[in-house]
Design a protein around this ligand. Structure first.
Ligand SMILES: [Fe+2]
Length: 490
């Protein structure tokens, strides 16, 4: 086996752990709220075998799902690989068979099949609960169903044959009042196609209808926003072509000459009703939320000015500019009465943040007050001398709560030598007011080389408990809180 130290994943805190396991009644500092009954379920990537391409994207690492199960103030942990068809093929071969992220032309001949790129998914991006079922998601394939009690992989899922399209987003939306699921796939009819399909399901899992249309160009359509009346579809400067993939390159290249777009589709509309608003080069990978007010549609999102990911190169071969990936909380307003394809764009507050925006999900598509995001508090710099090797530069050491009624920022600092992964909001009860709950997320303690789950009172932005893990957890992309009733936790 090639050493992990030679390739992506490296050594130090990010080195793969490669085991599955459970820890019962985890060590806790502070007091876990007894009202929190459910699970924080997170997924990320960890290489089971080292990547075939040493410069591959971390997005191509095998999915690893983990769960902190909360019961009456006690927390149990379980972590398992997502056993995708690709994972099982690698295990059978005893080596890595798959090449670059989303380039099947670079795969080992034994598994190479560019006509079925969705079989290559590692399902490492998001967790999702719908119709009592738990899934891991990645936008290049179909959902993988996971047993919520054991985290064992059940298998690929297409909603009982109802889902049409090759791919399913990592960010489906649930209407908090109707329970409707609005989901989409892009590159929906094959590799580097610009086809998008939106599909609408009722809360019981029955598909109601679908809408197909084309994106202005083949782009990474990672996240959307919904309102009570509209769907917003950000398109930004990543692009792909089958020719470049055939030549053995990576899937995405950033083209700074491409405009950004936001498509707006009425929730009851058809393909002809999509309206594309056009803006300058920018990157909207995730959204916070959106709402429709009269004839205006308003969205807040963490938005950067250019390429957010250094492992996806510039199409002109130019150097990566890290400033382009710095995000700010921006508000974009689209006037449906306007004959122009332009829109207004303003910075709400001047602190730069990660690109991972969260809200109290009970307010999805509605008026809301609080936006949550990780950020690097420059007044609390990481101390390399105390923190051990491997962590340099700016570190996401804090969670912020942006109050959109005052544009003020309240902060939580995870501690010296700690870096935070994405947190999520869990309400104190189903009827608690917006923001009355907890932020839950995983911190990497570089000094002790272990992970810690922090539980923060979101109204006070103060920590109430910290779950101490006896080892490092694999890196996370997204994590979500699921109350008992959302999943079949008996
Ligand atoms: Fe995401």
């Amino acid at each position: 086996m090639v050493s992990f130290g030679d390739v992506t994943g490296g050594r130090g805190f990010g080195a793969p752990m490669r085991f599955e396991g459970s820890v019962y009644d985890c060590e806790v500092v502070g007091k876990v709220p007894t009202s929190l009954n459910g699970a924080f379920v997170r997924v990320g990537g960890e290489w089971f075998y080292p990547p075939m391409k040493p410069d591959d994207s971390p997005f191509n690492a095998d999915g690893y799902v983990s769960m902190f199960r909360f019961r009456n103030g006690i927390v149990d942990y379980t972590g398992r690989w997502v056993r995708t068809p690709r994972f099982e093929a690698d295990r059978k071969a005893g080596r890595q068979l798959y090449g670059y992220y989303r380039n099947p032309f670079t795969d080992d001949p034994s598994v190479r099949d560019p006509s079925r790129p969705n079989l290559r998914t590692v399902s490492n991006t998001n967790t999702f609960a719908f119709d009592g079922k738990l899934f891991t998601l990645k936008e290049d394939g179909l959902p993988i169903r996971i047993d919520p009690k054991t985290l064992e992989t059940v298998g690929s899922y297409n909603f009982g044959g109802q889902w049409t399209g090759e791919t399913f987003t990592a960010h489906p939306k649930l209407d908090p009042e109707t329970g409707e699921m609005i989901a989409f796939g892009y590159e929906a009819s094959g590799l580097a196609s610009n086809d998008i399909v939106f599909q609408f399901f009722d809360k019981a899992g029955k598909k109601k209808r679908e809408v197909r249309f084309k994106a202005p160009y083949v782009a990474m359509l990672h996240d959307i926003a919904i309102t009570e009346k509209h769907i917003l579809i950000p398109v930004c400067g990543y692009t792909a072509s089958v020719e470049r993939l055939r030549q053995g390159g990576v899937h995405w290249h950033w083209d700074s000459k491409l405009p950004s777009y936001v498509g707006i589709l009425p929730r009851d509309g058809e393909a002809k009703d999509v309206r594309w608003f056009k803006g300058p080069e920018s990157s909207t990978v995730h959204t916070f939320n959106a709402r429709t007010v009269g004839n205006k549609v308003i969205m807040e999102a963490p938005i950067g000015t250019s390429n957010p990911f250094p492992f996806f190169p510039s199409i002109d071969g130019g150097p990566y500019n890290p400033l382009g990936g710095r995000c700010f909380l921006r508000r974009q307003t689209f006037d449906l009465n306007s004959k122009s394809d332009g829109f207004t764009d303003e910075v709400v507050e001047g602190t730069d943040m990660t690109g991972l925006g969260r809200i109290d999900d009970r307010y999805t598509g509605r008026d809301y007050r609080y936006a949550y995001c990780g950020f690097a508090d420059r007044e609390k710099p990481f101390d390399e001398a105390k923190g051990g090797p491997g962590l340099k530069g700016r570190v996401t050491n804090s969670y912020g709560r942006w109050d959109l009624s005052t544009n003020r920022l309240a902060t939580y600092f995870a501690g010296d030598a700690h870096a935070l992964q994405e947190g999520c909001f869990a309400p104190k009860s189903p009827t608690a007011p917006e923001g009355d709950g907890y932020l839950i997320g995983v911190a990497s303690n570089y000094r002790e080389m272990r992970s810690e789950l922090v539980i923060i009172d979101a109204a006070q932005m103060q920590e109430v408990a910290r779950v101490i893990m006896p080892f490092r957890l694999s890196s996370q992309v997204h994590g979500n809180w699921f109350a008992d009733k959302q999943l079949a936790f008996a």
